[in-house]
Design a protein around this ligand. Structure first.
Ligand code: CTP
Length: 402
């Protein structure tokens, strides 16, 4: 019941995604929130007020004045009642009204008079979402301080495929949790996280890589996001769905690509977490055609890859925090502390490769976090998201701005 006692005004506008507002309403109610729906008339072409009223346990408001009951719905009171005004889905039409300050229905009037933060989940077809006027309106409403939840990529109602789908209700719920939970300790701070493995081609169909799933880096991205940071992710090839969580994501394949992407962002970042399991070696020169069986043996010459953390450690700026990981199988503390110094980390997170439930692929982890000033924190075996929260705490303690 994370949202117990929270009052959420949910706005619904005319979009096929309005059917998902029913699921969203149910999730919010199940999490303990009080939900009041405000719908435009065209929203009610897509979803019945009876469905939404039953799920939210309150009548859906749509008009200023209800002839049947003679009731007047006061938009100012509605706006003052809410802790959050969440408009999902937000159509291009209502977006444009929000951008212009138009006030021609109960929902737009409520938007103009509400004092609480506003979260917007646009839903549009591919080309509409990319249209320069829509992009300009999205930027404009974001500049007013509204939280804009990026549309997700996938199949669209038109049959086209691309960005435009309303963020999935489960993802919106995560963002609502973050909004209420966040103490905004990393507000205005930029955090870059490398995650996943890298792949180094042997030939067009084979590569060298490792078992990294990217789960720890993903948990860190979520934890920093929840703490209010502007999160950038440079991800090697992982199966995780990284879009729709509010991070800026760049996907790369090789260690060299990861280095280039990370170096380009490094200068603007306040915190960099090197959570990727970068392949230390690459084949001397990948074959341009598939390597055929010829004899018994195939000698492989491997060249060392760039050590991203080491190279960027040399460029570390005053006040920047670098966090590294160390995966060790023996003399763990000695090796981890050596990496802390060699790679100019502020913190190093030691994973043991030998313990049960720890490291690659698992959803749990147990770590020791060493600080360059001698601090040493040992965690229990916990879900990776909890470990990530503890790491975020340690980063906060280490940061000069905190
Ligand atoms: N790292 C990196 N680039 C590399 C190798 C490692 O950025 N080419 C980073 C990892 O993301 C991690 C830290 O350096 O934060 C330590 O990685 P690890 O694989 O434990 O250590 P290595 O330096 O590769 O040393 P070794 O494999 O000899 O233990």
């Amino acid at each position: 019941m994370i949202l117990k006692g929270k009052r959420i005004l949910v706005g619904v506008t005319g979009s096929i995604a309005a059917y998902k507002t029913a699921i969203l309403t149910r999730l919010l109610i199940k999490s303990g929130a009080e939900v009041q729906l405000v719908a435009t008339t065209s929203a009610l072409d897509f979803i019945t007020p009876l469905t939404l009223a039953t799920l939210s346990k309150r009548p859906v408001l749509s008009a200023f004045f209800e002839k049947s009951s003679g009731q007047w719905h006061n938009h100012v009171e509605l706006g003052l009642w809410a802790d959050l005004f969440l408009v999902a889905p937000l159509s291009a039409n209502t977006l444009s009204k929000f951008a212009q300050g138009a006030c021609d229905n109960l929902l737009t009037a409520t938007y103009l008079s509400c004092r609480c933060p506003v979260m917007l989940a646009p839903a549009m077809d591919l080309d509409m979402y990319q249209h320069p006027s829509v992009r300009a309106n999205l930027e404009k409403v974001a500049s007013f301080g509204n939280i804009v939840l990026d549309a997700e990529t996938g199949e669209l109602a038109s049959g086209l495929s691309g960005q435009g789908r309303m963020m999935e209700p489960e993802h919106i719920l995560e963002r609502v949790f973050d909004f209420f939970n966040s103490k905004n300790e990393f507000g205005g701070k930029k955090v870059l996280i490398t995650l996943g493995p890298t792949q180094e081609a042997l030939d067009p169909v084979r590569f060298l890589s490792n078992h990294s799933s990217g789960k720890m880096g993903f948990a860190l991205a979520q934890a920093f996001k929840a703490a209010g940071a502007d999160v950038h992710v440079v991800a090697g090839p992982v199966a995780l769905k990284l879009d729709g969580h509010g991070f800026q994501v760049q996907r790369v394949t090789t260690a060299t690509e990861m280095y280039e992407a990370t170096k380009a962002l490094h200068g603007q970042m306040d915190v960099i977490v090197f959570a990727a399991a970068v392949a230390d070696f690459r084949p001397e020169s990948p074959a341009s055609q598939k390597i055929k069986k010829q004899g018994e043996e195939l000698p492989l010459r491997l060249f060392p890859n760039v050590d991203i953390a080491f190279e960027l450690g040399k460029m570390k700026k005053e006040g920047q925090i670098h966090v590294g990981f160390a995966l060790e199988t023996e003399q763990e503390e000695v090796h981890a502390k050596a990496k802390l110094i060699r790679k100019n980390f502020d913190l190093v997170v030691l994973n043991s490769a030998t313990e049960e439930g720890v490291g690659f692929k698992h959803d749990t982890n147990q770590v020791r976090i060493f600080n360059k000033n001698g601090g040493d924190v040992q965690t229990a075996l916990l879900p990776k998201l909890d470990i990530a929260r503890l790491i975020v705490e340690e980063v906060k303690k280490a940061a000069a701005w905190s």
